[in-house]
Design a protein around this ligand. Structure first.
Ligand code: GLC
Length: 739
């Protein structure tokens, strides 16, 4: 629709209709009117509101959406189509690894391709907008939503954020083939104090800008059409009512003129936060901060119109919000085709195709991180040894993680299924051996029945019997593969934990099984870094597989038998213990660094009972090959605008290696303290057996910019260290002077 017509449409709306466009309700309001009675009552809204509402939360499926859209438009005076938004975070029906695994690929180009698949599948299923990517930087593995993040580094998060937005929106010129991306959660949600979900976030503006905003900014610069506010406060004000975040930074500094949508019920939660005494005040606060859509509360629906007619809110604010929503609908072409081509037939042809599965398998291969490989036990040779698979994730299809809302575990290839395809019956056996958790009572909150909960657990006798069967089978095995990890519900939203080791019954099981003295391989399924302090002693090899998605089992077997050389590198360090958290590689030196020249022994920055270092650092990951890094050189000892940094890589092995070369800098003396290392460049390169390659990085002056003492974004002359290597703790160093 031409914008002049769109403007006329806006001007033709009543205030009730305008407010309706700023309200988002879930699908249960759009089935039969009888079914909507309860939700209407709970939210305190009327059928009149439902008849003019602007968007729908988490309804997908070509057929379902068509029915709802048709019925809505038939009843609508203004004929403005509904906008369908959904949580499609790392897959619609073909599920990729969780984003913490995607981050471990260090391959934004591959992930952009994956998000193109997600866009095509989602669009065929009628979705218009996805609440993704989540780009919250995270430094605390206690927080359950590590799962959805690409990790702890501003640069890596920014690169993945842009890649995901481009993949989702598929924009070229005026064409907009994909679905709209709603980047979230603005802002700094990952810094919840103590890693406790929904907890306070408080940090300096410098830290916010230097470390936490890069992902959102990169997504907005890549053209994300929407931004979602976060639940947390920043500087004492919840994000949904925070004019500094939403107006000053997002809209005025960054020029974002798209739609801002609150997180679920976050407008009303301004009351619980204690910055609004009632829904009227909450509505005014959010609207003045230019939050456009109220997700799933009655605040805007019940209070906004009277705020305008009472003169308490500038009507221009509401018109501007409605205009942004109408413009989004127009950009999506909804006025011309409210279904954007989505049909049941087209959906069936698009979902879970062989090609999509194949890409999911490749992404999963590149996301898996080899953390340990004593005696080069891996890769295994098929049918050479007797292999026993044990553990709760051995014969488990739930490998897709908490936020694969529209995926199906039944599509997943389990580890057992993949191993059975690879190995002869004589050389492969499986025993569950132990359950995932001792107690599943918490699932009751999510509707699980007592019977279901009971069936998941094991009685003491059952546990004893399972262990004995596994021990018996283990006696006959040469190698034992342990498929262990967190329950799906132990990470993701509201999944904060203070103990991030393997569940106790699994640790007890490993203790007993490893007494058999066999070769042991741990496959870890988790939504966060876990503390493997004990497992590094008990296991010969450890593969971190995250929740690897629909093709997880196949990807793991590809790695286990060397069809693919593992190339994953951690995008978030693994702590030695939970007491070290929050932990991040790009920390400041402090006045008493461990290697202080002026202080000794006790009086330096350290713990009495733990190392400072992580168990596995940022950027870490092993390969079956051995690539040497040699001859680090900088093109000049002095830099004005740019210089180049080069390093020679030599593949000393018979394996083809996919190596991620990482370049970090250190601004030795700044006008404020500067991190001991900052990732600035990286390149993932393929090295054939015994191949040598030189990698050259171009470093620009702008790459050294930071928020200086005066909060200007720039840099100062001085000494810089440059580090190049295979992870944050394994680098070679050079130095140059910035003039
Ligand atoms: C949730 C999450 C957010 C999600 C939204 C809609 O509470 O915080 O990430 O997109 O609600 O489901």
């Amino acid at each position: 629709m031409q914008e002049i017509k769109l403007r006329e449409l806006l001007d033709s709306l009543t205030w009730t209709e305008k407010v309706g466009q700023l309200v988002q309700l879930s699908g249960d309001f759009f089935h039969s009117e009888e079914l909507a009675v309860g939700p209407k009552k709970k939210l305190g809204i009327t059928q009149e509101t439902i008849d003019v509402v602007g968007s729908v939360l988490n309804v997908t499926g070509a057929e379902t959406i068509r029915v709802i859209q048709e019925r809505y438009l038939q009843n609508s005076r203004h004929k403005i189509p509904l906008l369908f938004m959904a949580d499609i975070i790392y897959g619609y029906r073909t599920i990729f690894p969780i984003p913490l695994g995607l981050g471990a690929t260090w391959n934004p180009k591959l992930i952009e391709e994956a998000y193109g698949v997600i866009a095509r599948e989602s669009r065929s299923a009628g979705a218009h907008v996805t609440y993704a990517p989540m780009v919250d930087l995270v430094r605390d593995a206690r927080w359950g939503r590590c799962l959805e993040s690409t990790g702890e580094d501003p640069q890596l998060n920014a690169d993945f954020a842009a890649a995901m937005v481009r993949g989702l929106q598929q924009e070229s010129g005026r064409e907009f083939e994909g679905i709209a991306s709603c980047v979230k959660h603005f802002a700094a949600y990952g810094a919840a104090e103590a890693g406790r979900e929904y907890n306070t976030v408080d940090m300096s503006e410098r830290r916010l800008r230097q470390d936490y905003l890069s992902g959102y900014k990169s997504a907005v610069d890549a053209g994300a059409k929407l931004v979602m506010t976060s639940f947390n406060t920043y500087d004492g004000m919840p994000a949904t009512g925070n004019e500094f975040l939403l107006k000053e930074i997002l809209r005025e500094e960054w020029g974002f003129d798209g739609v801002i949508i609150s997180d679920y019920a976050a407008v009303q939660e301004l009351i619980a936060h204690g910055v609004a005494k009632d829904e009227r005040e909450a509505t005014a606060l959010a609207m003045k901060a230019t939050n456009d859509i109220d997700m799933k509360t009655g605040c805007y629906a019940n209070e906004l119109e009277s705020l305008v007619t009472d003169g308490a809110i500038d009507p221009e604010l509401v018109d501007a919000a409605v205009w942004r929503v109408l413009k989004l609908k127009n950009d999506l072409g909804l006025f011309e085709d409210p279904y954007r081509g989505s049909t049941v037939e087209q959906e069936q042809q698009t979902l879970l195709t062989k090609e999509n599965r194949s890409l999911a398998r490749k992404v999963a291969q590149e996301s898996i991180v080899l953390l340990q490989n004593k005696g080069e036990l891996l890769p295994l040779e098929a049918n050479k040894n007797k292999i026993l698979l044990v553990g709760p994730y051995g014969d488990e299809q739930d490998l897709i993680g908490l936020w694969a809302v529209h995926g199906k575990s039944t599509d997943v290839v389990s580890i057992k299924e993949a191993l059975e395809k690879e190995l002869a019956k004589e050389t492969f056996s499986y025993e569950k051996g132990c359950g995932l958790l001792a107690d599943y009572q918490f699932l009751g909150e999510f509707g699980a029945t007592k019977e279901q909960i009971h069936s998941l657990g094991m009685t003491d006798n059952e546990r004893e019997a399972a262990l004995n069967k596994a021990l018996e089978a283990g006696k006959d095995a040469d190698i034992i593969i342990y498929a262990m990890g967190e329950h799906t519900m132990q990470s993701g939203e509201a999944g904060s934990r203070t103990d991030i080791s393997l569940p106790l019954i699994q640790k007890e099981f490993i203790e007993k099984m490893t007494e058999l003295g066999k070769k042991n391989i741990l496959i870890a399924i988790s939504g966060r870094p876990l503390t493997f302090t004990k497992e590094v002693e008990q296991m010969d090899a450890i593969l971190q597989a995250w929740f690897p998605g629909t093709e997880g089992g196949n990807a793991l077997v590809d790695i286990l038998f060397g069809k693919v050389n593992p190339s994953g590198r951690l995008s978030m360090g693994f702590p030695e213990n939970v007491g070290q958290l929050p932990m991040y590689y790009n920390e400041f030196k402090t006045g008493r660094p461990l290697n202080s020249s002026t202080h000794r022994g006790r009086f330096v920055t350290k713990y009495l009972d733990s190392p400072n270092e992580p168990l596995f650092p940022f950027g870490f990951g092993l390969s079956y090959g051995r690539v040497d890094y040699e001859e680090l050189t900088v093109s000049s000892k002095k830099m004005t605008d740019h210089l180049t940094v080069s390093i020679k890589l030599k593949n000393r092995s018979d394996y083809e290696c996919l190596e991620t070369v990482q370049l970090y800098i250190q601004d030795v003396t700044g006008s404020v303290v500067r991190p001991i290392k900052e990732l600035k460049k990286y390149e993932k390169i393929n090295l054939l057996p015994h191949e040598e390659k030189t990698v050259v990085f171009a470093l620009q002056r702008e790459d050294l910019y930071y928020y200086m003492k005066n909060m200007q974004f720039g840099t100062e002359a001085g000494t810089f260290n440059v580090f190049v290597g295979r992870n944050a703790n394994d680098t070679q160093q050079a130095v140059f002077e910035l003039l």
